[in-house]
Write a protein that binds this ligand. Structure first.
Ligand SMILES: [Mg+2]
Length: 228
């Protein structure tokens, strides 16, 4: 079979390269609630309620599911790196949360041997790097091929524009394709979230591959025409 003709494959991390884990999601929720409680000088519980409330409102505004990170960083003037560290500190031992998956590593190996790949995640540089190391996929996504929410700080993006650089905002997708010098129609976005990964990529004219189960991820090489 002839391989599909893409110039770049962009991968989401959480829920795409490894199965979604409740403990990871909770690390984000708890860190966000802590930061809100500190800024607002309220209890952790009230911080949690407050961010849920704002998340709901923001979701209605963007007609999708706003993440805790997006809500926190657009509504409160908190430091992105401080938040990133708090999230990472909330995850103690990854080996207790994420199982090593040789088949996923082989899958990624086949893909990265043929296509340039890039990571675009709402995760941050600290926890993102720990997860990539743990699932043994760091080699496929060297640090200069990762766009994380920490990248927003590196790029010195204005606070009012931050939301556009966090999925489902489109600026992160544009930044990656500009950097790589490729057109949207030459790109495949691989992700688990309809709201954050698939829909914005489709709106830009990218092709998409939705990962809703592990077999979906394992089947990507054959879908690309790399096997069979
Ligand atoms: Mg995801």
């Amino acid at each position: 079979m002839r391989k599909k003709d893409f110039e770049l494959l962009i991968f989401d991390l959480d829920g795409t390269l490894y199965p979604e884990k409740e403990q990871i999601t909770r690390a984000f929720i708890n860190a966000a609630a802590t930061m809100v409680s500190q800024v607002e000088k309220i209890s952790q519980k009230q911080g949690r309620e407050k961010i849920e409330e704002e998340k709901q409102k923001l979701g209605e505004k963007i007609a999708g599911n706003a993440t805790y990170s997006l809500t926190l960083l657009t509504h409160w003037k908190v430091d992105i790196e401080e938040y990133a560290k708090a999230v990472s500190n909330n995850v103690k031992d990854l080996s207790k949360i994420i199982r090593k998956d040789q088949y996923a590593i082989q899958t990624m190996h086949k893909i990265a041997a043929t296509y340039p790949v890039f990571l675009y995640t709402t995760n941050n540089r600290f926890l993102g790097a720990r997860i990539l190391d743990h699932i043994q996929m760091a080699e496929f996504f060297p640090k200069d091929r990762r766009f994380t929410i920490s990248s927003i700080k590196d790029l010195d993006i204005e606070r009012s524009d931050i939301k556009d650089f966090i999925k489902p905002g489109k600026e992160g997708f544009k930044y990656i394709t500009d950097r790589e010098g490729v057109n949207f129609d030459q790109v495949l976005m691989v992700g688990d979230s309809q709201t954050a990964d698939i829909r914005p990529a489709e709106k830009l004219g990218m092709q998409t591959y939705h990962v809703s189960s592990r077999p979906d991820f394992y089947n990507l090489p054959s879908w690309l025409g790399l096997e069979g």
